[in-house]
Design a protein around this ligand. Structure first.
Ligand code: PGA
Length: 251
C-alpha cells in the first residue's frame, strides 16, 4: 500500500520567524504519518526551524533544491551532505521553475537524484509539460522522456522508494487546475513508464503526486484517483489552516 504524501512547496516565501509561527500553528494537528505523510519543502534558511519542529512531530521536511556535489568550489549552492546531516528527509528536484528560470537540465536532475540517495535522503522528482506541448499531443512523450532521464542509473529499489510529482506547467500558480481525470491520466502514464523501465512491482510502489493549483476545495477529488498518491502544493500550503485542511483531507 502506498501511503499518501501531501507536500507543501513554499518556494521563495517565509523567513525563519514566519516558519516558527507556521509550525506553532500546525502543532498537534497533523494526521498520523501512517495515514498521510505530510511534508514541507522550504527555503534552505528556514530548514533549521522546520527540522527542529519535525523532530517531535509527524512532519517530514524537504529542501527545494540541492547541488549534486557534496562540497567544493561551488559558490552559492547547497550541499546534499549538509542537508542530510541537518536531518532533512526529502529534496525536491526538477521543479519547472528551476528548469525554466535556472536552466536545470535533465542531466543535472539525474545527478542530483543520485547525490540525494548517496546522502540517505529521498528525491521528489518533478516533471511537467507546457500548454503548447499538451495541445500538440506531445505531453506523454515529453513526460516519459523526463522520467527516463531523471531515473537513469537508479536501481529498482531506489525508484520504488522515491516520489514523482507531475506538475503541468500550465496549472502551476494559475488557479487553472488540471481536471482530476487529466491528472490521473498522466499519473497512470508515469506509472506505466516506470513499469516499462523497471518492473510492475517498482511501478506499484513508487508514489506519484499531482501538483498545480491544488487547494482544500479540490484535494479530495484529486486524491480519490487510483494513480495519484499525493499533492505538491504551492500557494495553498502557505497558510497553516489551509495546509491543515489539505493534510487532513481524509477527515
Ligand atoms: P501551486 O504550485 O499549488 O501554487 O500551483 C504548485 C507547485 O509549483 O509545486
Amino acid at each position: 500500500m502506498r501511503t499518501p504524501i501531501i507536500a507543501g512547496n513554499w518556494k521563495l516565501n517565509k523567513s525563519p520567524k514566519e516558519t516558527q509561527e507556521f509550525v506553532d500553528a500546525i502543532a498537534g494537528k497533523l494526521p498520523a504519518a501512517s495515514k498521510v505523510e505530510t511534508v514541507i519543502a522550504a527555503p534552505a534558511v528556514d530548514l533549521p526551524a522546520l527540522v527542529a519542529f519535525a523532530k517531535n512531530s509527524e512532519l517530514k521536511t524537504a529542501a527545494e533544491n540541492c547541488y549534486f556535489e557534496d562540497e567544493g568550489a561551488f559558490t552559492g549552492e547547497t550541499s546534499p551532505k549538509v542537508l542530510s546531516e541537518m536531518g532533512v528527509d526529502y529534496v525536491v528536484i526538477g521543479h519547472s521553475e528551476r528548469r525554466g528560470y535556472f536552466h536545470e537540465t535533465d542531466e543535472d536532475i539525474n545527478k542530483k537524484a543520485k547525490a540525494i540517495f548517496r546522502n540517505n535522503m529521498t528525491p521528489i522528482i518533478c516533471c511537467g509539460e507546457t500548454l503548447e506541448q499538451r495541445e500538440a499531443g506531445e505531453a506523454e512523450g515529453w513526460i516519459a522522456g523526463q522520467i527516463k532521464a531523471a531515473l537513469d542509473g537508479l536501481s529498482a529499489e531506489q525508484v520504488a522508494s522515491l516520489v514523482i510529482a507531475y506538475e503541468p506547467i500550465w496549472a502551476i500558480g494559475t488557479g487553472k487546475t488540471a481536471t482530476a481525470d487529466q491528472a490521473e491520466e498522466m499519473c497512470a502514464h508515469i506509472r506505466k513508464t516506470v513499469a516499462s523501465l523497471y518492473n510492475e512491482a517498482t511501478a506499484a510502489n513508487v508514489r506519484i503526486q499531482y501538483g498545480g493549483s491544488v487547494k482544500p476545495a479540490n484535494v479530495k477529488e484529486i486524491m480519490s484517483k487510483e494513480d495519484i498518491d499525493g499533492g505538491l502544493i504551492g500557494g495553498a500550503a502557505l497558510v497553516p489552516e489551509s495546509f491543515l485542511e489539505l493534510a487532513n483531507y481524509q477527515d
